[in-house]
Ligand binder design. Sequence first.
Ligand SMILES: Cc1cc2nc3c(=O)[nH]c(=O)nc-3n(C[C@H](O)[C@H](O)[C@H](O)COP(=O)(O)OP(=O)(O)OC[C@H]3O[C@@H](n4cnc5c(N)ncnc54)[C@H](O)[C@@H]3O)c2cc1C
Length: 437
Amino acid sequence: MNSLGIKTNRAPDYGDNTGIGNTSTAVEHDNGKRSYSINYLKTASSNLRVLTGARVTKINFSQPDDDGRRTALSIDLIHRSVPYTIMARREVILSAGTYNSPQVLERSGIGNPRVLEPLGIEPIIPNVGVGENLQDHLYVPTDYVVNKGVFTLGTSSDNVRALELTLIPSMLSDKLRIDKEYTDEQAELYESSGKGAFTATISACGFLPLDRVVPKNELVQLKEDLDKELKATEGQLEQTDLQKAQYKIQRDFLERDDVGHVEILLHPKVFVSKPEDNTSYVALIAGIMHPFSRGSVHISSKDAFSTPIIDSGYLNSAFDAKCLAKTLTFLRKLADTEPLKSITKPSTPSADIQTEEQWDRYARNNARTLQHPIGTVAMAPKQLGGVVDSNLLVYGTTNLRVADMSVAPLHISCHTAHTAYAIGEKAHELISRGGDF
Ligand SMILES: Cc1cc2nc3c(=O)[nH]c(=O)nc-3n(C[C@H](O)[C@H](O)[C@H](O)COP(=O)(O)OP(=O)(O)OC[C@H]3O[C@@H](n4cnc5c(N)ncnc54)[C@H](O)[C@@H]3O)c2cc1C
């Protein structure tokens, strides 16, 4: 990466995460073990009760007050097939995540009447924004074979899971997949000291503005195409007021030096290829951080155990697809640059793939989610289609807050776990202070 003019960033958590560095991971430094959100329970006060395996089906509200706002009075849940109602003393905090929080709202009568009424749900707080504005990070892996004599490990997430499952070889990558003696030795080392290959994580990760990966003349054309695309959809039903406001911000991001539009990852494992015996792989991965595509999630029935209708909206925007294709072209150039050039050769796709059209087709066939969905209960002004205000309060209610990634209105140029924790901590601070920032 440095050979291609991309700087190393040794402190990506301090305001500017562009460049190439190590991605943050939830691993304890002193013992190499994964760290969990469950660690927060150690700091909780004694009035916390946790009920696992329960599904919240609905929030129940009062009649509207003089301002037309409703108060959440209780929640319905099902635990081991038994229905319960839990009364709220002050507030209800919903944290069911991007796919589930909007579903709980819709089953409680908060949402688009056109979604709720056909399902027999009275829209007590109509809001067309609920379940809309879904954004996700899409990524495309490319695999490279590593020369004999150089080995890669695979990543901790796969390996630790494999350990729990008493080492299922197909779940392991490369050295840990193919060398049983080494794997047993490393497993023992990990169990006894929390050290060794099983603590390995993704090797390198970079968040890059487009001008780092797209040649100057192509970038001018790319932006012109985007402007045309945005103009063409403006005024049509699918470009909501919220999207219009967001697209202005996203367009500005593209002119900034400190906002990564794409992510590239070097991952020591095989993704797409069928791994061959005694062969090590490394994957070069392209991801898109600020997609212009939008999707949605809505309930399909009143039944809280039914599956929702998810329209991911992936690559609805031609610009998103072009950015992926251009980043994949850049990654091929990276693989063709030292030091990777001497130790890798293309596996999937093969070296034959050259043109942007070919990369576009490859991207469309191999894109997958980085599992970073956001935005379906967006924090934004109500008139733009927002669902919560800046105090996380659901519009039209006096005491229902949402605290999870669904409130993030616009995608972020990084992985989402830290931001999920930050939203939780902000919500805690907000509520302890009495509910207003
Ligand atoms: C496979 C995977 C790998 C990931 N890897 C990374 C990574 O390496 N780095 C990173 O930064 N981010 C990663 N992420 C993303 C990160 O985990 C999420 O952004 C984050 O967990 C979102 O937090 P959340 O609170 O919004 O939702 P969630 O963590 O999804 O929490 C929602 C909770 O609500 C519960 N729930 C849902 N509906 C109901 C209901 N009706 N009743 C009761 N409970 C309910 C769910 O069971 C869940 O426990 C990954 C995500 C996945 C899925």
